[in-house]
Design a protein around this ligand. Structure first.
Ligand code: NAD
Length: 478
């Protein structure tokens, strides 16, 4: 399969004619190639975007709604094809990819309606004047996304950027480009005007960096690692671009003695290992009150041992392959670091070579105990099927451990004590707090992290505000 760019409403070879290999993590084999684009492709995309943007901005909201909604419908109609492409590219179980395709379509549907509903403020000065805020599209914006939830996160940025009247140049991860190509096809099919969305493929430090450095691209919405976020901020900051950075995490999952323990354990299996632990919102540090520590630990090990690891296309598989060889090696290296730090592996801890998939990149779901809060294993993002578990004595200790990393993306709290739930919600230094649930998402809510987990919020009106520039207009009335 040849994955090419989408520029000015057409599929386009990269200007250089160069391609990169595209791997299937389940088998470790190359199964296609992806455009190795560079600054000249970004320039082509920019010219197309710039000439399309104004007409798109003044397109009536209902027309924007219709075409964005049509994209959602077409993703739904082609769900199986999209899901298979995502699973082959990313290594995630096919059933999970199907769920994510539903959510990607929902992103387009949600922001299609946002285009119809978005409104602005006015401030009256008691008969002397009236102020109103014009929210105008930023212009041409860049959207860059990672490999873990490829189409879901890609659409999470593209849909609001388009709904707000911008023209977009988007770059998916070079590890997972397949569904972005299908999205290009869908946009053509849906009749999205030429140049309104352009997709460039290729390496982050090359085509991604060219996107960031382009002087006339006014805003960048980026989701990815914290180290990359720093490079992007260092480049875009002095150019005074609008930046939204959704970065890494090291999320705590806290179980108190008064919680519904069985529900907490069952959900924590997902919190820890869904999508091979490759979700920025996964809980990688499980904190358990000391009075229930042994019970929770043993039940968790029992449940995790049942998880089937292997062929992502097998409907009974719970954990698929790690996205790339490089990431697989990184995750395995963290298991070694944990052992060297004195960690005890309670279950898992090894690479797996399932029959028929010997060259794929599989790692057993791994639970580690015996580590303190300030070792590398507990401070650094591993982003794989590896968690640590730690006992705590009281609320103060739980809070100190939870807040004790540089990250602040999401925290989960399991308790039936209302006061404790509210207190933790207020005191946890995270952008998102779930109480007695995990990954329950309302697309209207602000999404993002604090500390090294990012800057800014996306979702709902926050995304529409990010992708518009507010201008105050003051009209004298006397
Ligand atoms: P990454 O930072 O390596 O890459 C993300 C994207 O940035 C890719 O498209 C990549 O090609 C591009 N890129 C790399 N260098 C670039 C540069 N210099 N200029 C412009 N673009 C560049 O991240 P990844 O490994 O793909 O994804 C995993 C990371 O993403 C994890 O840290 C995870 O926590 C994070 N993540 C965060 C969220 C969130 O919402 N906060 C969601 C998902 C993933």
């Amino acid at each position: 399969m040849n994955i090419v760019n989408y520029i000015n409403g057409e599929l386009a070879e990269p200007v250089s004619g160069n391609y990169l290999p595209n791997y299937n993590p389940a088998t470790g084999a190359v199964y296609g190639q992806v455009a190795d684009s560079d600054a000249s492709d970004v320039e082509k995309a920019f010219v197309a975007a710039k000439s399309a943007q104004k007409a798109w901005e003044i397109t009536p909201a209902e027309e924007k709604f219709k075409v964005l909604n049509r994209i959602a419908e077409l993703i739904d109609e082609r769900r199986e094809q999209f899901a298979l492409a995502e699973s082959n590219d990313q290594g995630k179980p096919l059933w999970l990819a199907r769920n994510e395709m539903i959510r990607a379509a929902q992103n387009f549907r949600f922001f299609a309606t946002a285009a119809m509903q978005f409104a602005s403020e006015s401030h009256s000065m008691e008969g002397r004047a009236i102020n109103y805020t014009l929210r105008q599209a930023v212009g041409v914006v860049g959207c860059i996304s990672p490999w873990n939830l490829p189409l879901y996160l890609f659409s999470w940025k593209i849909a609001p950027a388009l709904a707000a009247g911008n023209a977009v140049i988007a770059k998916p991860s070079e590890f997972t480009p397949a569904t972005a190509l299908l999205l290009s096809e869908v946009c053509i099919q849906a009749g999205l005007p030429k140049g309104v969305l352009n997709i460039v493929h290729g390496l982050g430090p090359k085509v991604g960096q060219a996107l960031i450095e382009h002087p006339r691209i006014k805003a960048i919405s980026f989701t990815g690692g914290t180290a990359t976020g720093k490079v992007i901020a260092a480049t875009a900051g002095p150019m005074f671009k609008k930046l939204s950075l959704e970065l890494g995490g090291k999320n705590p999952n806290i179980i108190f003695e008064d919680a519904d323990i069985e529900k907490a354990i069952k959900t924590s299996v997902n919190t820890s290992f869904m999508n091979q632990g490759e979700i920025c919102l996964c809980g990688s540090r499980l904190l358990i009150h000391e009075s229930i520590y042994e019970t929770v630990k043993n039940r968790l090990i029992e449940e995790v041992k049942k998880l089937k690891v292997g062929n992502p296309l097998d409907e009974s598989t719970r954990i698929g392959a790690i996205v790339s060889e490089q990431h697989y090696k990184k995750v395995l290296s963290y298991i070694e670091i944990a052992k060297n730090e004195g960690g005890v592996i309670l279950t898992g801890g090894n690479a797996l070579h399932p029959e028929g998939f010997e060259n794929g990149w599989y790692i057993e779901p791994t639970i580690i105990e015996g580590l303190n809060m300030s070792c590398r294993t507990n401070l650094e993002e591993i982003f794989g099927p590896v968690i640590t578990i730690m006992p705590f004595k009281n609320d103060e200790e739980a809070l100190a451990i939870a807040n004790g990393t540089e990250y602040g993306l999401a925290a989960t709290v399991w308790t039936n004590n209302l006061t404790r739930a509210h207190k933790f919600a207020a005191d946890l230094e995270f952008g998102i707090v779930w109480v007695n649930c995990w990954l329950l998402r309302d697309l209207r809510t602000p999404f993002g992290g604090v500390k090294s987990s990012g800057v800014g919020r996306e979702g709902g009106w926050d995304a529409m505000k990010f992708f518009t520039e507010p201008k105050n207009v003051c009209i004298a009335l006397s």
